[in-house]
Design a protein around this ligand. Sequence first.
Ligand code: GLC
Length: 476
Amino acid sequence: MKDLKVLITGYEAAPFYKRGGLGDVMGSLPKALVEIGVDAKVAIPYYNDIKNKYHFEKQGEFEVIFGGRTERVSVFFEKSVNVPFYFLENKSYLSLSKAKDKTKRMGQFAFFDLAIVEFIRWLGTHHKWHADIVHCNDWHTALIPLILDKVKLKTSTILTIHNLLYQGIGSLKVLDLLDIKDQETKVLKRGVPASEMNVLGEGIIHATRVSTVSPSYAKEIAKIEHDHNPISPFLIEREHEGLGRHGKIIGILNGIDYDIWNPAKDESIFHKFDVSNWEVGKKDNKDDLLKSLGLEDRPTFCFVGRMAAQKGLDILMKAINRISHLDINVIILGSGDPRIERSVLTVAKKFSWVKAELAYSEDLAHKIYAGSDFIIIPSRYEPCGLIQMIAMRYGTLPIASNTGGLKDSIANGKNGLLFEKGKSIRLKKAIRHALNIQKDIIRYRKMVAAAMRKDFSWDKSAVLYKKLYGEMIGKI
Ligand code: GLC
């Protein structure tokens, strides 16, 4: 069979530009796909933030008509590891990674999606590379299937939902900019008279297939109560046939990049280690970490992540207040919502054994994964979650909410602990349980080794995507 040609696109891709887990996936999945023989290319906007750090080769340019005006888009190129990356440049729409207001952001990504469709043609003309599949990620690229339909370009599309919370709800005026008539869209209109649209929903309707980043999250989002789910019209419309034009929403668990997350080769950590010498390795890393933070030698729990409501820091803060008599350390790393940051600081001021670093430091994150005993992941929901996988590879046992991808990657009692989501009392109990496990050295050793041995590389999941791509083309 000839190689499948897949163009993968989204808002961010590591190492060039990363704000969250989507960036990690956009950086690591294409690499794994290329390794198993998929002809994958990646395209993202060429933000100023990227230009300030990298200088890529210009390969050409093309024009798009947006809002009745002709706009020029330049194509820049870089081959990263084994994956061809393309960066689309346009000063008016693609310079800022985060346009200030909502309407501008809607316009910005509508523009990017239109540019991607034109870019597909450009790749055909200039490189004789004709995409079989366009793989869109989250709402930022969810208008691509609709635009492809409109211009009658017959390319299959898959839309992966990394987080259903972000849907791109905003003014219907975006359609005028794209020169799309209301009638060409499905159930996207909201309000009476209709004034808003839901970009992610439109993607769900028009994409050939829809996927999400874990099997459990796929089940959870299909069940969200319709009253509270702005996407419900799309779910209802698809109730009998699943999401997307064919079949059901499919959940494929993400992997992590084993070249980056490998305690045996990690240059950021004090003592490199693997499953054969983790006891010494982790002890040295822990000593180093605790010393640098001014903490005493005690069982050490950590939290690493974005400070967003989803991540459940309030649950952790409540649990900390309930366990203040225990002899432990808690290290918190991350930034985000100022209100959440303030509440974390208040707790850190109250207890000397709680340390909070309200910044995002990749380097410190590596040290924390390597030097902690347990990682707490109290997410209210978690489409996949990558930090439990990273922590486990570094021999740090996860204590996580029983939801989404956390549930799919952690075996309760075997390589980590799961507790009922949203319940600080349950988290408190799980922390006590973890301390008891650590005292039972034989059991603890067994769990750490099991966590470190669990395979979270992309190998398995990349194969599932390849299979899905293959099925999609078979059907067209
Ligand atoms: C989003 C989700 C997270 C997932 C990541 C990558 O950030 O919240 O659970 O791991 O996307 O798919």
